[in-house]
Design a protein around this ligand. Structure first.
Ligand code: MEZ
Length: 535
């Protein structure tokens, strides 16, 4: 049994007491005006003091969070080091930086297209946010659905800011992405007649979430990793890219690499380079906990920015509504949206529902923050406060055994601490989950720097200013394959000129002229959890 406080037990009893009534009357959806109000007053993206204006680089004049500004305007790890670009350690057609789902999809596709491709990753292949994704992947492949409806859901959910041509690609290529994954061996949940089981996510007007229980990302990553290894694609692990190399025409042509343990510098020469380095949750923007993988430190954004690529919507982050608020051992860990798709409601300390559970993520997260901070209806926890997610409702709606069958990872995660989510609700609070913005690309996956491609969470603009559940596992496949295809095609025609790091020196000069004396090395590579000296 988990040791709840007396206050928490009293509150939990209220949740139980109101359950039957809440099941009869679902909380109404918000109007557009109500959504706008709750966002403006509560969403962390609107806290002006958390932002600063970039003074150098392609996005000079734009606002980004302080933590990201420190890195984008940070100290290069190559300056002052003797770097010999004349004798590369690796010479390939396509260099993929990053070992997650997007990088693997890109590498597999480039390899299938005949390219000599190599992956480099600062941890190991599969140590990535893909592995941590739980609830599912969207694709409009049912009779009552279509890519156009998927487009409208995602475009509205992203506040009409998505780059239309990227979103078009995402939704129209989604059914084929599911087919590709199935053929590679992903075990999607199916009904006895073989049809895919699909559910709703926040902001979807059709049930189009395909899942592998609540291990969807792990199952997809397992399959992609097997395919990379079966193809004998070289994977250089525990090796980070610390700078993009350009040729004398300003085109990307490789990367400076650093062994994470020995700090040895290695040079990779490549006709094309794909950045697939993932997100930034481990920067803990605004002090938020995160659902992200240990390596999520915005490295790709830094590499691309210093090489001259523009970022899009780098000011907007996604705070997943339901991070674990307690037990403290799993503070910030993802409680999949699928829990709400299956019927669990969000409930305050008095046992009252306060938001329709499947509003889009930014609206739901803001409503939880409002319930706690503005209305003081949160439940005190070890690390702060939270609200209840009424999980026993799932079994009442779907029948006994639904939780174990559909969300076993959640049952185990809480079960380890003596909490049976079939019988008792759980405490949650928003957690830093996704980088909505990133590197600006065109439909071929190329950034503003020629021969530098990007895929996955490092891309900005696919989802606009907020992403719907399940569109990230989708975008790593669609845009991973896309980058692999175009980068390998382009590599067939590329002639590499004199390799140099002149852009890094030029960036340093810009920093000097702007009076910035950076304190942080960037890319950051790993989070810093060492105790900081008190002042
Ligand atoms: O797309 C996501 O972020 C996702 C599937 C997360 C989840 O709640 O499971």
């Amino acid at each position: 049994m988990y040791q709840y406080t007396e206050e928490q037990i009293i509150s939990m009893k209220k949740v139980e007491a109101t359950r039957a009534e809440r099941m009869k009357n679902l909380f109404p959806r918000m109007s557009a005006e109500e959504k706008e109000k709750v966002l403006k007053e509560n969403h962390p993206d609107y806290i002006e003091s958390a932002y600063e204006t970039l003074k150098v680089g392609p996005n000079k004049g734009d606002k980004v969070l302080h933590e990201l500004a420190d890195l984008l305007q940070g100290k290069s790890r190559v300056l002052g080091k003797r770097i010999n670009l004349k004798k590369p350690d690796y010479d390939v057609d396509v260099l993929v930086i990053g070992g997650g789902g997007a990088g693997s999809s890109a590498a597999i596709t480039a390899h299938a297209n005949g390219a000599n491709v190599m992956m480099v990753t600062k941890l190991r292949i599969g140590d990535a946010n893909t592995m941590m994704a739980e609830g599912g992947i969207q694709a409009a492949d049912k009779e009552n659905d279509s890519p156009s409806i998927h487009y409208l859901d995602a475009f509205g959910g992203g506040h009409f800011a998505a780059k239309r041509e990227l979103l078009y690609k995402l939704v129209t290529e989604a059914p084929d992405a599911i087919l590709w994954l199935s053929k590679l061996g992903v075990m999607f949940d199916k009904a006895p007649d073989g049809t895919m089981i699909t559910t709703h996510g926040g902001g979807t007007s059709r049930k189009r979430m395909h899942a592998c229980k609540d291990y969807s990302g792990a199952e997809i990553m397992r399959t992609l990793r097997d395919e990379v290894l079966n193809r004998n694609i070289p994977v250089v692990d525990f090796t980070a890219a610390i700078e993009i190399i350009k040729d004398d025409e300003g085109k990307a042509c490789g990367a400076v690499l650093m062994n994470m343990e020995t700090k040895e510098i290695l040079i990779a020469r490549a006709k094309t380079v794909i950045i697939a380095t993932g997100g930034a949750g481990r920067l803990h923007y605004q002090g938020f906990p995160t659902s992200n993988h240990y390596g999520a430190t915005a490295d790709g954004l830094v590499l691309a920015y210093r090489a001259g690529a523009k970022l899009l919507y780098a000011d907007t982050l996604q705070y997943h509504p339901t991070g674990a608020a307690e037990p403290t051992q799993i503070f910030g860990a993802l409680v999949t949206e699928k829990v709400r798709s299956l019927g669990a409601q969000l409930v305050n300390k008095d046992g009252n529902a306060f938001v329709y559970s499947l509003e889009t993520r930014d609206v739901t997260a803001s409503s939880i923050i409002r319930e706690c901070k503005q209305r003081h209806n949160g439940v005190k926890t070890v690390d702060g406060e939270g609200v209840w997610l009424d999980t026993p409702m799932i079994e009442l709606i779907g029948g006994e055994g639904t939780i174990e069958k559909r969300i076993p990872a959640m049952m185990r995660m809480f079960g380890k601490y003596g909490i049976d989510i079939r019988k008792e609700p759980i405490l949650i609070y928003p957690t830093l989950h996704y980088q909505n913005g990133g590197i600006d690309i065109s439909t071929d996956g190329q950034s503003g720097v020629e021969n530098l491609y990007v895929a996955g969470e490092a891309v900005g603009g696919i989802h606009g200013r907020n992403r719907l559940m399940g569109n990230s596992l989708l975008d790593i496949i669609v845009f991973g394959r896309n980058a692999g295809k175009y980068a390998s095609e382009k590599a067939k025609t590329v002639k590499i000129g004199r390799m140099n790091l002149d852009h890094v020196k030029a960036f340093k000069k810009e920093l000097d002229e702007a009076g910035i004396n950076p304190v942080k090395f960037s890319p950051q590579l790993l989070p810093n959890y060492t105790r900081q000296p008190s002042i």
